[in-house]
Design a protein around this ligand. Structure first.
Ligand code: HEM
Length: 404
C-alpha cells in the first residue's frame, strides 16, 4: 500500500511523510539522510522550513537540551498546516517547558510508577481474557482492532482515569479525527473542542462527586490544579493512553505473524517477554513522524546554524534504526538486550505512561498467542490497510483467523 500523501522532493528540502517501501520499515529516505545529511532542511505544510534530525545520538542530545523547547503550540507541524490553538494549552504536558512542566509532571509521576502499573496486571489480565473469550465465542475470522487491540488499552485507561467506557465511541472518533492527516483543520479543531468540552463536563461532575479514578483523586488532592488543567490532563492521558498502545498491539501482532521465527522464540520462552516488547517498540516506532522542538536561541548543530524560533523534527523511527547505535538495526530480534531506544522519547518529556504500556503489551501479546492457537492473517499481508495517513502508525484493520 503506497502512502496516500506526497513524499519528499529530492531536489528541494524533503517533506514528511516520506514513502515507505516495506510496511514494517521506516521510509528508506530516512536512512539515506541519517547516513549523509545528519541535519537536513525540512519543508513544512505551512510553508515554513526547519530541520530534520535522524541520528540516535543527536535525537537524544536535543531531547535532553533545554535550549530546545517543547512548546510547539504555535510552531510548524511536520505534517499538518496547523497544530494547536492557544486554548489547548492548559494541562498539555507535552508542550510545556520547566517550570510549568515540572509542576504538573511531579504531580502525575507518582501515579504511573512501575510498582503501581504492575499492580494493575491482574485487572489487565482479566480484561484481556474477557476479550479473548468473546473472540473465541464468536469464532474466526475477526478484525483484531475493534475486538482486541483497541478496547483493551481503552478500557484500561478509562478505569484508571475514571472516564466512563460507555462513552468510547465518541472519544475514539475524536481521536481518529485529530490524529489523521487527511482531515481538514476545521475537523481537527472541532474534534479537539468536543473532547475538551467532554472532559470539562466530566471534571465538573467529579468536582461535585469525586470517585477513586485518577481525575477524582487529583480533584480531591492537595494541589492547585485548575479545572482547565484537569481537563487538559484528562484529555491528554485518555488519548495518549489508548491510541498508542492500541497501535503497538495491532502492529506488533502483524509483525509477529510476519516473523514466525521470532514468534516461536517469544512463545518458547516467556522470560523474554519484556525484551520482546522493547524490541517491538524499537523496531516499529509508531510515533512515525517523530517529535518536534523549537530552538530558544541560535545553536550550531553539525555545523549548521539553527536559528532561534526554528522547528526541529526529531525522527524517532530513524534514530531507532541507527546502525551507529544498534547492531543489525533492521533485524527484528526479540532476544536483543535493551539499549536505549527512543520509542518513548527521551529527557523530561519521556513517556509518562511507558510502564503501563509495557504491562499491557506483555500481557496482551502473551495471552493472545496462547489463547488463539494457530493465529494467522485472514487476508494476504499486502492487503492489511496500514496507517500511512495517521500520526500514530499501525493498521486500520487486522483480519485474522485461528484454529478452533
Ligand atoms: C509522552 C510514546 C503510551 C502518556 C510520550 C512521548 C512519546 C510517547 C514518544 C514523548 C513525546 C515528546 O517528547 O514530544 C508512547 C508510546 C506508547 C505510549 C510509543 C505506547 C506504546 C502511553 C500511555 C500513556 C501515555 C499508555 C498514558 C497512560 C504520555 C504522556 C506524555 C507522553 C502524558 C507526555 C509526558 C510529558 O510531556 O512529560 N509518549 N506513549 N503514553 N506519553 Fe506516551
Amino acid at each position: 500500500t503506497a502512502a496516500p500523501v506526497p513524499s519528499a522532493t529530492p531536489a528541494g528540502a524533503p517533506a514528511l511523510p516520506l514513502r515507505r517501501d516495506d510496511p514494517l520499515d521506516p521510509p528508506p529516505a530516512l536512512g539515506l539522510l541519517r547516513e549523509e545529511t545528519p541535519i537536513s532542511r525540512l519543508a513544512f505544510p505551512d510553508g515554513a522550513e526547519g530541520w530534520l534530525l535522524t541520528r540516535h545520538e543527536d535525537v537524544r542530545a536535543i531531547l535532553a537540551d533545554n535550549r530546545f523547547s517543547a512548546d510547539r503550540i504555535t510552531a510548524s507541524s511536520p505534517v499538518r498546516r496547523v497544530t494547536f490553538k492557544p486554548e489547548d494549552r492548559p494541562g498539555l504536558l507535552l508542550t510545556m517547558d520547566p517550570p510549568d512542566h515540572t509542576r504538573l509532571r511531579r504531580l502525575l509521576t507518582p501515579y504511573f510508577t512501575t510498582r503501581r502499573m504492575q499492580a494493575l496486571a491482574p485487572r489487565i489480565e482479566g480484561i484481556v481474557d474477557e476479550h479473548l473469550d468473546a473472540l473465541r465465542a464468536a469464532g474466526p475470522p475477526a478484525d483484531l482492532v475493534p475486538a482486541f487491540t483497541l478496547p483493551i488499552p481503552s478500557l484500561v485507561i478509562c478505569e484508571l482515569l475514571g472516564v466512563p467506557y460507555e462513552d468510547r465511541a465518541r472519544f475514539h472518533a475524536w481521536a481518529a479525527t485529530a490524529l489523521s492527516l487527511t482531515t481538514t483543520d476545521e475537523e481537527v479543531f472541532a474534534a479537539r473542542d468536543a473532547l475538551t468540552g467532554y472532559m470539562r463536563e466530566l471534571v465538573d461532575a467529579k468536582r461535585r462527586d469525586p470517585d477513586d479514578g485518577l481525575l477524582g483523586v487529583l480533584i480531591r488532592g492537595d494541589n492547585d490544579l485548575t479545572d482547565a488543567e484537569l481537563g487538559g490532563i484528562g484529555r491528554l492521558l485518555l488519548i495518549a493512553g489508548h491510541e498508542t498502545t492500541a497501535n503497538m498491539l495491532s502492529l506488533g501482532t502483524l509483525t509477529f505473524l510476519n516473523h514466525p521465527d521470532q514468534l516461536a522464540a517469544f512463545r518458547a520462552d516467556p522470560g523474554i517477554a519484556d525484551r520482546a516488547v522493547e524490541e517491538l517498540l524499537r523496531y516499529l516506532t509508531i510515533i512515525q513522524f517523530g517529535t518536534t522542538r523549537v530552538a530558544l536561541e541560535d545553536a550550531d548543530v553539525h555545523g549548521r546554524r539553527v536559528r532561534r524560533g526554528e522547528t526541529l523534527v526529531l525522527s524517532l523511527p530513524a534514530a531507532n534504526r541507527d546502525p551507529a547505535h544498534f547492531d543489525r538495526p533492521d533485524e527484528l530480534d526479540v532476544t536483543r538486550p535493551p539499549s536505549q531506544h527512543v520509542a518513548f522519547g527521551h529527557g523530561i518529556h519521556q513517556c509518562l505512561g511507558q510502564q503501563l504500556a509495557r504491562v499491557e503489551m506483555r500481557i496482551a501479546f502473551t495471552r493472545l498467542f496462547e489463547g488463539l492457537p494457530g493465529l494467522r492473517l485472514a487476508v494476504p499481508a499486502d492487503e492489511v490497510p496500514m496507517r500511512h495517513d495517521m500520526a500514530i502508525y499501525g493498521v486500520h484493520r487486522l483480519p485474522v483467523a485461528w484454529e478452533e
